[in-house]
Design a protein around this ligand. Structure first.
Ligand SMILES: C[S@@+](CC[C@H](N)C(=O)[O-])C[C@H]1O[C@@H](n2cnc3c(N)ncnc32)[C@H](O)[C@@H]1O
Length: 185
């Protein structure tokens, strides 16, 4: 209930940035965390909001000290810092990921809305794949059944995409895609 209240407050303040009516469900969060239990090294979450995906990431045996969150809302950052001791919470945009001194990142989990925001998509993917190690990947949630990044942009960035799954147990139903470098799947 508290998540809903905080989330709704931020939605009213920044409708374009939050771009969802409610926090993601546990089912959507579980899909977003697929594969993290086998990843080594740092893990980054972009756009964590009230922390639905953060909980699922930590539940996949990622130690809090390995996890960095980048969130533009100061209000969400306050909540995340209180809720997840040991996790590094940065009030920074996802697009700044490659300027934080992080390297050899094992995986990025992205909840930032990128659909119909091509400049944001490109900046986030570009920054993420500068810090992701060989074999690293980015999981992205979207509300449409196709990858939220057009083929031409994926090719320009040297990326391929696979569908991880979808769940109806989310409002709205959610689809999750994984981006990885060509020939590194
Ligand atoms: C759709 S909400 C998702 C929140 C959470 N991941 C969830 O699924 O419940 C999008 C989140 O991305 C954050 N956000 C939007 N643009 C961002 C950016 N450029 N960098 C980092 N966070 C951003 C918003 O403040 C919000 O917390």
């Amino acid at each position: 209930m508290r998540d809903m209240a905080v989330f709704f407050g931020e939605l009213v303040r920044d409708p374009e940035g939050v771009a969802a009516l409610a926090p993601s469900s546990a089912a959507a969060a579980d899909l977003m965390a697929v594969g993290l239990e086998t990843v080594t090294g740092p893990v980054v979450e972009l756009g964590p909001g009230t922390g639905s995906f953060t909980r699922a990431i930590l539940a996949r045996s990622v130690a809090p000290e390995r996890l960095t969150l980048l969130e533009t809302s100061p209000r969400f950052c306050e909540e995340l810092t209180a809720r997840f001791p040991g996790v590094r919470v940065l009030n920074r945009p996802a697009e700044a990921l490659d300027g934080l001194g992080l390297g050899s990142v094992g995986a990025v989990v992205c909840g930032v809305p990128v659909l119909a925001r091509p400049a944001t998509q490109r900046a986030i993917l570009g920054a993420a794949f500068k810090v992701l190690r060989k074999g690293g990947f980015l999981n992205q949630i979207t509300y449409v059944p196709v990858p939220p990044v057009p083929v031409a942009m994926r090719r320009a960035l040297g990326l391929d995409v696979v569908r991880l799954g979808m769940t109806m147990a989310n409002f709205p139903p959610a689809h999750v895609f994984r981006f990885h470098r060509f020939a590194e799947r």
